[in-house]
Design a binder for this molecule. Structure first.
Ligand code: AMP
Length: 192
């Protein structure tokens, strides 16, 4: 069985969720978004949702131990046996170490970096705020999430570059145009 383990990374608003769905379809693997898992729990009023709601609305990161546990559980589900595409996790160095431990020596096959400049992503998120009404899409929180990304998540780019698995793609443009770019870059990296 070919197992495909992928990660998509990039600033909030770069379009990761949209592109993740397309990549997951191509490689027939589930797209696993920690943000989506948290939002579903908030919506469902679960204990987890209650624990994370205020953190998410402030744009801070949910504590690592809690986030790692959720990902560990999710990766053990049957549909992830042939691989997965992680979206929004890992988000800092500690989470990378936790994921390495979960994978027990099987490393990620490729990391897609969706590049987009800050002004562009902030504008996109403000627009999304009008249509989707996400609680963390207010201007202050959007700016804070960009800072958190720059401080905690951006260092992962160098880390994955050193591992030789980073694939950078320009995230600017239409959805299909960006999807095509990702698709060619990924198949070049994966050889499939
Ligand atoms: P996202 O949908 O990926 O933008 O995530 C929305 C929010 O969920 C983030 O701003 C964080 O508060 C929380 N979150 C999502 N993924 C993680 C993670 N890997 N670690 C910590 N917090 C996360």
């Amino acid at each position: 069985m070919t197992v495909t383990r992928l990660l998509i990374i990039g600033p909030p608003g770069a379009g990761k969720g949209t592109q993740a769905a397309k990549i997951a379809e191509t490689y027939e693997i589930p797209a696993i978004s920690t943000g989506d898992i948290f939002r579903a729990n908030i919506k469902g009023g679960t204990e987890l949702g209650q624990r994370v709601q205020a953190i998410i609305e402030s744009g801070e990161l949910v504590p690592d131990t809690l986030t790692n546990e959720i990902v560990q559980d999710r990766l053990l589900q049957e549909d992830a046996a042939a691989g997965f595409l992680l979206d929004g996790y890992p988000r800092n160095v500690e989470q990378v170490e936790a994921l390495d431990g979960m994978l027990e020596g099987d490393s990620l096959d490729a990391v897609v970096l969706l590049e987009a400049d800050t002004d562009e992503v902030v504008a996109r998120l403000l627009k999304r705020a009008e249509t989707e009404g996400r609680a963390d899409d207010t201007e202050d929180v959007i700016r804070h999430r960009q800072d958190v990304y720059a401080q905690q998540t951006e260092p992962l780019i160098e880390l994955f570059t050193k591992r030789g698995i980073l694939v950078s793609v320009d995230g600017l443009g239409g959805i299909d145009e960006v999807a095509d770019r990702i698709s060619s870059a990924l198949s070049a990296q994966l050889g499939r």
